[in-house]
Design a protein around this ligand. Sequence first.
Ligand code: MF3
Ligand code: CO
Length: 258
Amino acid sequence: MTRQKINLKSKAEIQKMRESGKILAYILNLLSAKIVPGVSGDEIEEIAKKEIKKHNSIPSFLNYKIYKEGIPFPSCVCFSVNDEIVHGFPYGKIIKEGDIVGIDLGVKFEGFHSDSAVTIGAGKIDEKARKLIEVTKNSLYKGIEQVKSGNRSGDIGFAIQNYVEENGLSIVRDLVGHGVGRSVHEAPEVPNYGNKGEGFKLCEGMTFAIEPMVNEKSYNISCDNDQWTIRTVDGKLSAHFEHTVAVVKDGCKILTKL
Ligand code: MF3
Ligand code: CO
């Protein structure tokens, strides 16, 4: 594996990323409140597009390509329903009572990206969906608690995986968190699984996204023919939460909150 350079950010750069993250948090909050039975993915995409523009920002995901030859991502939001883990498209989807909807959004403001995701239940959801969402959200904060200089990425991964598995759920391995900054995806990779004391050492100025994806049963994934939509192999539910964080002098700063 070739190791890419980690771009450390200055205090002023982290401040810019915080501004980007504030805008993102505001929009993601707005979108979350719209997730009710009957809402369409197209409506959510429209609101996101309008709000990003209103805040003098640029959508990070629209037209993004993972591979040179790949299909560009077609929307501002990733909209992943029920067994879709991440990278679903919003178009043509109508939300029903009991669905769980992952909304993932990235914005670029004054040169700096931020990346965050939530999973929201539409109307009344059943107990297993409620628990899946709660455990996934808590697991993100278990990971965030480990963010301080001197700790290692494996401390983050271990804390997430351990908590998820204690709760009888499984953590996706094939997709990981990532550095965020002038690019939406930068080095390093930040796995949501691992062993304490292993992985790269965290140091002041690092900015990255932690994004646990938690499945009800099997952690294995499959990708649709659209080259983007990632779903559970067994058709069971999956949830996703994500924050962009910075390693700062006295610990960790969550950049993507209000
Ligand atoms: N938060 C997601 C990720 O980091 C969203 C990426 S969508 C993409 O994988 F279009 F940018 F790939
Ligand atoms: Co991300």
